[in-house]
Design a protein around this ligand. Structure first.
Ligand SMILES: [Zn+2]
Ligand SMILES: [Zn+2]
Ligand SMILES: [Zn+2]
Length: 139
């Protein structure tokens, strides 16, 4: 497992330091998108700056993507292995549950082709569907 994370980070051109591997593994086991506060709470206070910097690095190298689910807090989720965070091919829908307040990646549901008026260029698309998730729907 450690070797795998090593390789994956190197593939994304990130030097696999101990801290980066830890943060990656933490995000890997999350089933839902995680806020910075949630991540901070899982680590030592003294590591906050490193934490924030690592997330930035991860974001720049397509290891994580951020989600604005309207809750006012930016959330982070791991990208798929071959993700380039490309608007046309990689970006997927997100779902925010109004009941449990969790946000998940719907990685198998890519963002549909969006036709913009001439002269407009999309650099990022944040599409969040809100409603009731499958778990809450069963309650
Ligand atoms: Zn991505
Ligand atoms: Zn729910
Ligand atoms: Zn996502």
């Amino acid at each position: 497992m450690i070797k795998d994370v090593d390789n994956l980070l190197e593939q994304k051109k990130i030097r696999p330091t101990a801290m980066r591997i830890l943060i990656f593994k933490f995000l890997k086991v999350q089933k839902v998108a995680t806020s910075l506060t949630d991540i901070e709470n899982a680590f030592d206070k003294s590591e906050r700056t490193t934490l924030y910097r690592t997330l930035k690095t991860f974001e720049e190298h397509g290891v994580v993507h951020t989600i604005d689910d309207g809750s006012g807090v930016t959330k982070y989720a791991l990208c798929e292995d071959n993700c380039q965070c490309d608007v046309e091919t990689d970006l997927h829908l997100h779902f925010h549950c109004n009941h449990c307040n969790e946000t998940v990646c719907l990685t198998n549901h890519k963002i549909p082709q969006i036709n913009l008026p001439e002269g407009y260029l999309a650099e990022d698309v944040n599409l969040v569907v809100k409603g009731v998730c499958d778990k809450c729907n069963l309650l």
